[in-house]
Design a binder for this molecule. Structure first.
Ligand SMILES: CCCCCCCCCCCCC[C@@H](O)CC(=O)SCCNC(=O)CCNC(=O)[C@H](O)C(C)(C)COP(=O)(O)OP(=O)(O)OC[C@H]1O[C@@H](n2cnc3c(N)ncnc32)[C@H](O)[C@@H]1OP(=O)(O)O
Length: 360
């Protein structure tokens, strides 16, 4: 059956820089779209107003347009975009004053000149806002990265100083060095552990992706031992247990903080990651055991000194001794230890399990 040559319905709209044409043809095949001397030539087979047929049209534009035409055929229509050679608003589309019969405004996209200007203005504003928020985000990111990097660096340097000093002193002075640990290391340890409060704040405000509870247990637990159990009792200062508390504390941190430092720049050193997530396995129970021994050793000393006890003998006839609280603390330690051990185990599994899956 011979198909007759017909013109499809064409709808148009403009912006300051573009012309949009919508050709109402369904399932267009063998489509040709050309621009020749400012005239757009279209031909194709498809289902239009007169059923399945060959359709064609040409449009001589009123003002110069770019020779390149972009077009897209969908199941329902053909969309053509032509770029104006010069930015501006046209009072009509074609060179001839009389509008071709097949051409009509595309009211879905139609805008008056002032509305189109408004649209440009809104687009520019939106782009500006996106740019500004990106810049702000980058600024915030870098401030956060610098802050975390410096924090981890300071902790790494201080804990390394403690660890190296304790090791060297152990080699030089042997067992005697243990009794001197508090006098030689406590200032730096006080500094590090006070600074570590930042980690709780970071976790609470989402600065780092970690749980608040394990961090709180870690920081409060250590600071209780350092400032109350050891720090507040002079008799505890020259006990060897201080060595056994400080050594595992500082040993883990010389791996943990550099691991975070690299993480700040999305970098990883596999061996360091392995150490960070493995060394705690023996160190954590050892550290906790040393802390428990320190608490037990301090109990008679607190009783003797009557420190932090609340005397209620006059009002209710009893005195609440700090040592009572310390017995409770020892039980609490078991729970807290379990929570953190499980947390660290999960972190280890997450780290190595994901890495393995990624590698597959
Ligand atoms: C509520 C009051 C309770 C009172 C409780 C009283 C009883 C307490 C008894 C507790 C006994 C404690 C014993 C303990 O003190 C003994 C010792 O410490 S012995 C030495 C061995 N110790 C350790 O190994 C523990 C060391 N500490 C830690 O690992 C952390 O403090 C801990 C919170 C336990 C776990 O860390 P975290 O949850 O942060 O895990 P990740 O390291 O995997 O980090 C998760 C993601 O966050 C990013 N992150 C974390 N911190 C930083 C940082 N400073 N800078 C940059 N990025 C950071 C990290 O990169 C991870 O991100 P991603 O997953 O994307 O890589």
């Amino acid at each position: 059956m011979k198909m007759s040559l017909l013109t499809p319905h064409v709808y148009w709209a403009q912006r300051h820089e573009d012309i949009y044409l919508r050709v109402e043809l369904i399932d267009t095949q063998n489509m040709k779209v050309h621009m020749h001397e400012n005239v757009l030539e279209f031909s194709g087979q498809g289902h239009g107003a007169k059923g399945q047929n060959d359709y064609q049209f040409s449009l001589a534009f009123r003002l110069p347009v770019n020779p390149e035409v972009s077009f897209k055929s969908t199941q329902r229509q053909v969309s053509i975009t032509v770029k104006k050679a010069q930015r501006g608003w046209w009072d009509r589309l074609t060179i001839q004053e009389k509008k071709p019969l097949f051409l009509a405004p595309d009211f879905d996209r139609w805008l008056e000149e002032s509305d189109a200007e408004m649209e440009i203005h809104e687009k520019e504003e939106k782009q500006k806002r996106v740019k500004m928020s990106r810049r702000e985000e980058n600024g915030r990111l870098s401030v956060k990265t610098i802050f975390l990097f410096l924090y981890n660096l300071v902790q790494f340097l201080c804990f390394s100083w403690i660890f190296i000093n304790m090791t060297v002193r152990l080699f030089i002075f042997g067992q005697d060095s243990m009794y001197d640990t508090f006098h030689t290391m406590s200032d730096v340890m006080f500094f590090c552990q006070t600074l570590a409060a930042i980690e709780v704040v970071n976790a609470a405000f989402g600065v780092v992706k970690t749980g608040v509870v394990p961090t709180l247990i870690q920081v409060v637990g250590r600071n209780f031992i350092l400032f109350i159990i050891i720090g507040s009792l002079e008799e505890m200062h020259n006990k060897a247990v201080v060595f056994f508390v400080f050594y595992p504390w500082s040993a883990i941190e010389i791996f943990r903080y550099p691991f975070y430092m690299l993480g700040c720049f999305n970098t990883e050193w596999k061996d360091l990651t392995w150490l960070r997530y493995t060394v705690w396995i023996p160190l954590y129970p050892l550290g906790a055991l040393a802390e428990a021994v320190a608490v037990v050793q301090s109990i008679p000393l607190f009783d003797e000194a009557n420190l932090f006890s609340i005397d209620l003998t006059k009002s209710i006839g009893v005195s609440i001794r700090f040592s009572h609280f310390l017995y409770i603390y020892l039980v609490l330690m078991v729970f807290a230890l379990t929570v953190n051990f499980r947390h660290l185990y999960k972190q280890r599994k997450r780290r190595f399990h994901t890495k393995k899956r990624k590698a597959q």
